[in-house]
Structure formats: C-alpha cells, structure tokens
Ligand binder design. Sequence first.
Ligand SMILES: [Zn+2]
Length: 263
Amino acid sequence: MSRNTSVAPTATSSAVAAMSPTSSSAVCPHCGGSGFYKKAVPFGHPDFARLFPCVCKMAEQEQREAARLLEISNLAAFLDKTFETFNPNVPGVRRAYLRALEYARQPRGWLILFGNYGCGKTHLAAAIANQLIQNHYRVLFAVVPDLLDHLRSTFGPSSEIEYDQRFEDIREADVLILDDLGTENTTSWAREKLFQIINHRYNFALPTVITSNRKPEEIDPRIFSRMSDRALCEEHIIIDAADYRRLPLAQRYPINNAQRRLK
Ligand SMILES: [Zn+2]
C-alpha cells in the first residue's frame, strides 16, 4: 500500500498547501486542514488509528503532478492553443480537427498533419498536447528547429548528463509532438539526432504527432518513409486552409470562454 508511505505530513506538502489557492481560502471540512483523516473503525480493525490522505490532499498531488508534466512538456507558449479556442468551421480544417480530437482521446500510432504556414496545424498539435496533459500523459511538445538547437547547446563534454536526460525524455515521452518538421536548417549531427529520435519512436510504435509545411520530397527520405508506413499511420492529413491566423479574431476564437475559465 503506497498510501502508507505518505502518512506523515511533510514540510514540503504543507508548504505547497499553504501556496495552494484552494487550501488557503477555506479549511477542508473533511480533515480540518491536516490533509489526513482516520476511519471510524473499532480497535483491532486493520484501519484503526491509520491516517489516510484526504481528498483535498489528493487534489493537491494531482495539481502538482499536472504542473510537473506541464513543465517538461515545453508547452508554456502554447497554453491558449486548445480545442476550445480552435474554430473547426474554417473551410479546410474540419477533417484535421476531427482526427486531432480523436487522437487526443486515444493516442495511437502516428498522426501526420501537412499544411501551409498558418493553416492551424500547430494549434491542433498543441491542442492535442494540452488535452493529453490534462489526462495525465507525459507529453513532450517540440518545435523541431528549437529542439535541435537545444540538443546542440546541451551537447558537450561538460553537459553530457543533461543532454542524455533530455534526449531520453524526448525518445521515451508517452506522446511526442514534433511541430514544423522539415524547416530545420541544421548540421548533419543534429539531423542524425532527429533521425534517431524518430526512428526510435518508429521502432517501438510510440504515439507521435508530426506537423510539416514541407513537400514530401523536402523531408529526409529516411524519415518520410517511416511517416508513410500504413501500419503506423493510416493517412497523411493535408490541411487545405487559407491562412488560419489571418482570420479575424472572432472567427479564430469562436468561444472566448476559454480565457474566462483560466481566471
Ligand atoms: Zn481535507
């Protein structure tokens, strides 16, 4: 029973509790704020005098885990890119929108989105990531050129550990989202690293989302052949939309509730 191990309230948990808006505004009616409760059972019962974490404490743990996932996901700049803020009625985006929704519900195989600059594919990719994080997946969202820059800068004799850790995180994420494949103008070393990541995801059939605005022939043929394996991805979705980002704001963001909900 792993719950036993967290019986004693620690300095960390009370510090977090003090910072949490829910616990500072009102004392929990179930545990009086201690974060634990005892069951009303007679002496001799196995649960007698045992402390159980209260629901309020478990909510805190969930919040912390969600914050940690968000931190490693690299999504900070894309938090507003959700399904709620995407307009599926823009001509040309419907099919991609539905497939992205489906994928966020059950990430299996690879989802490939092609489309011109500004067609909404990054928004959809980020929406998938944001949704999956809410569902407790370990998601990594990476804009490919930035990712390669990052790998290059962390790679070196002095930072090998950091580099290895980062590389492992990327290779092993529950779901990896690679945005803007094919725009990287990079060294052969970095190209090789990218291939290794993608090849690993391919060999183990790990859920992966790739977006690109390139023509197939502009993508590394070794990568493109893996993207084209029907066993892993049924189709390449091509978003044939006008510049999604040039639409008036009211059309891009039909529901402004998302903003309100954040407050
Ligand atoms: Zn409580």
